[in-house]
Design a protein around this ligand. Structure first.
Ligand code: ADP
Ligand code: NA
Length: 331
């Protein structure tokens, strides 16, 4: 029996952060053993908003280095950057003609990212979910480990697969399933606990990056916004206090404990005590990754070689699927 095929991607729009790590990459690492994993630095997605070319080139390497440092093994998993494999863009164009405007109009991420100035957003930002569907379906991947924030896009990928099959009367694309390992972790900004921690928000100085030193981490956790009360005593109370909920969820994920365990351990304590414990956890998980990433970034030839070979392996899987997709469409 062949292993189930997994696809997932991360944007090279800046440093990876704690949300990327706890919500996605940590799970990618675990999946490598019993899945066929295709992990992609999605540079085509990145340019849906302006990217300085030199910064983009550097970010592609840095994100790839971070993934390797975090435990993605490029000899087992396929690791590459999206623009190396033209099947993504070719399949996306076909999906632009399958997906309906109404479907995309409902996507909350576009509304968030475009903000008030919709007229000035790129067409690519609007069509982003079609490209994401193409990323997955170009490999007929069946399992997609995505964070909470990407669930609506994955639902759209399922709709596109089904509509394509229905329109052409074929059973070509499988409807991909979300793969959620353990408690889904959605890390919110340490600034207020209500917006997600995201590298696409350059103004957020509170974000914990995988490149941060222990001192940076300590300072960011110390400054994280909290309410004036001591720590909650029940899980129900946590839900009503977004800043506390966020920090405690982060602690639970870093320590591999349930939220209930964390509540029990810190009930009624002061945030200053809790933040010290959280800093210790964060530093012990992130520091080894940061060190290894620095070492890899100093060796761009190695990272470029990984991406080139990964691209060749990915293209070999995508080629026969794209040929069949085109034949079905009538090309
Ligand atoms: P960003 O929003 O920071 O630009 P990406 O869009 O590149 O991140 O997402 C890469 C992966 O990280 C996706 O699987 C996404 O679901 C996950 N992810 C991003 N931000 C968070 C967050 N704050 N909490 C949990 N997972 C996240
Ligand atoms: Na995102």
């Amino acid at each position: 029996m062949s292993k189930p095929r997994v696809f997932s991607g991360v944007q090279p729009t800046g440093n990876l952060h704690l949300g990327n790590y706890l919500g996605a990459i940590r799970n990618w690492v675990k999946l490598q053993h019993d899945h066929e994993c295709i992990y992609c630095v999605v540079d085509l997605h990145a340019i849906t908003v302006w990217q300085d070319p030199a910064d983009l080139t550097r970010a592609i390497r840095e994100v790839a280095a971070s993934l390797i440092a975090a435990g993605i093994d490029p000899t087992t998993s396929i690791l590459f950057n999206q623009s190396k494999v033209s099947a993504h863009a070719e399949t996306a164009w076909i999906f632009n003609c399958v997906a309906r405007m109404g479907w995309l109009n409902r996507m909350t991420q576009f509304k968030e990212k475009a903000g008030k100035d919709r007229e000035n957003a790129s067409v690519g930002l609007f069509a982003y979910p079609n490209l994401m569907a193409a990323d997955i379906l170009a490999y007929k991947a069946t399992h997609v480990p995505v964070g909470e924030d990407q669930k609506q896009h994955l639902e759209l990928a399922r709709d596109i697969a089904q509509k394509f099959n229905h329109d052409f009367g074929v059973e070509h694309f499988p409807a991909p399933d979300p793969l959620i390992l353990g408690e889904a972790t959605r890390v919110m900004s340490l600034r207020d606990g209500t917006k997600k921690m995201s590298k696409s928000d350059p103004s957020d100085q509170s974000r914990i990056n995988l490149t941060d030193s222990p001192d940076d981490i300590e300072q960011k956790i110390r400054r994280a916004k909290t309410d004036p009360l001591p720590l909650p005593e029940t899980v129900e109370e946590v839900a009503a206090r977004p800043e506390a909920a966020n920090l405690m969820t982060i602690y639970a994920a870093l320590a591999d404990e349930s939220l209930a365990d964390v509540v029990a351990a810190f009930a009624g304590k002061q945030f200053s005590d809790f933040k010290r414990a959280l800093t210790e956890r964060a530093v012990s998980v992130l520091s080894p990754i940061t060190g290894e990433m620095r070492r890899l970034v100093a060796d761009p030839g190695y990272v470029d070689g990984v991406l080139r070979q990964g691209g060749e392996r990915a293209a070999a899987i995508a080629a026969p699927i794209l040929a069949e997709t085109k034949r079905i469409v009538g090309f």
